[in-house]
Design a protein around this ligand. Structure first.
Ligand SMILES: Nc1ncnc2c1ncn2[C@@H]1O[C@H](COP(=O)(O)OP(=O)(O)OP(=O)(O)O)[C@@H](O)[C@H]1O
Ligand SMILES: [Mg+2]
Length: 376
């Protein structure tokens, strides 16, 4: 059995090696650019919503919860009338929102924040592990890869240490390096029976926002992790064996750089499409009269809308809202269908942008090596 020691934080090693600093420079630049580009968007919720859909889908996909954008769309509208997988994805999105609101309100990331996120994902309140027996296993060979701390007391002790490390904002170590260490440590403590990966990935984005490296939760590593999954699992073990964190830190920093670049591209696409639609709406005789900045933003708030949303967001009567939407459907700005008893208006342009950015390898993923947390 592999019971290598898990060290407390902060680590004594020098983490800022030459290679790390070189990569850190590139990563910080990309992230700062993302922060800047995001700010140019008039309504932050548009970005948060669009980006979170793919994150929820991808992050759940690592756990083999595989669904499609069309199913997610249905689940968002009619949660009782959908596949369990799509529902998981929609719930995962609520878990990110919950975490984001918690740290905005409390300005701290605590054990209780972490528990609340995991509860939302797993739909149970088992909390931190109380019964020993949880191990990380390779499902193909059945071999034990890693045995995390076993007793409740040990787990709480490591978590208290991690909590202190996360919230110590005067550290000399760069926050992005700290993020890598926090992720490694959290996954190594593996405090829950299940959902540690998904909770840890949410913790990453909350930390970026907490440290003000981003203003809103718009950067997620799940796609990078799923596309580099073998490396991700391998590096846990390498780091554990060598106690040298350099490759692990480089892996995470590269992920943040790459993902920042992709996210910038997605934001640009959404912005561009909003601008196109704005011009088309203003240049058309039938829509120029109903055009407003608020209407445009309402159409991009989610990739679908409903009469009551428009009514509320534009402060108009339901008749007027209905009239606007009818015009937009007639001119092909929106498509419409009835789901259950509700009439839904879909912004296909936004829907397609979101869908096209979800090009990870979930479907063809290598199943020869999968890890699973199991009880012995
Ligand atoms: N050797 C390892 N040492 C420590 N942590 C590991 C190791 N291998 C994998 N992990 C972490 O364990 C997570 C899986 O744990 P768990 O099944 O509890 O989480 P999950 O959210 O249900 O799954 P997933 O991350 O696959 O979506 C991985 O995402 C990874 O972060
Ligand atoms: Mg699991």
């Amino acid at each position: 059995m592999n019971e290598s020691k898990l060290f407390k934080l902060p680590l004594k090693d020098n983490l800022e090696t030459k290679n790390v600093l070189k990569q850190l420079n590139k990563t910080s630049r990309a992230l700062a650019e993302l922060k800047g580009v995001a700010k140019t968007m008039p309504n932050q919720n548009i970005l948060i919503n669009a980006i979170m859909i793919n994150e929820a889908k991808t992050s759940s996909g690592i756990e083999n919860i595989v669904t499609t954008h069309d199913e997610i769309y249905r689940a968002m509208i009619s949660p009782n009338n959908t596949t369990p997988e799509a529902k998981e994805v929609v719930d995962y999105r609520s878990a990110i929102w919950e975490g984001y609101n918690l740290i905005k309100d409390n300005n701290l990331i605590t054990k209780s924040t972490i528990i609340k996120i995991q509860e939302k994902i797993e739909h149970n309140n088992a909390g931190f592990r109380k019964t020993p027996g949880t191990i990380i296993k390779n499902t193909a060979t059945n071999e034990t890869i890693y045995t995390p701390p076993q007793t409740y007391d040990e787990i709480i002790d490591y978590l208290n240490n991690l909590e202190k490390y996360i919230n110590n904002v005067d550290d000399d170590v760069d926050s992005l390096i700290k993020l890598a260490i926090i992720h490694y440590q959290f996954e190594s403590i593996h405090p829950f029976y299940d959902g540690n990966g998904r909770t840890g990935r949410i913790l990453n984005i909350l930390y970026l926002v907490y440290m003000n490296l981003l203003e809103t939760p718009i950067l997620y590593l799940s796609k990078y992790i799923i596309n580099n999954k073998m490396e991700y699992y391998r590096l846990f073990q390498e780091t554990r064996q060598t106690q040298n964190y350099e490759n692990w830190i480089l892996y995470i920093l590269k992920g943040i750089e790459q993902t920042s670049e992709e996210t910038i591209e997605m934001i640009r696409k959404i912005s561009e499409e909003m601008l196109n639609m704005k011009n088309e709406l203003r240049n058309n005789k039938l829509t120029s009269k109903i055009y407003s900045k608020e209407l445009l933003e309402a159409l991009f708030f989610e990739f679908y809308t409903k009469i009551p949303y428009i009514q509320k967001q534009l402060n108009v009567s339901d008749k007027t809202a209905q009239k606007y939407l009818d015009i937009l459907v007639d001119l092909n700005f929106l498509s419409t269908e009835k789901i259950g008893r509700e009439r839904i208006y879909k912004n296909e342009r936004l829907f397609n942008i979101i869908k096209n950015f979800d090009d990870n390898k979930i479907i063809n993923k290598d199943n020869t090596f999968n890890i699973e947390t199991v009880e012995k």
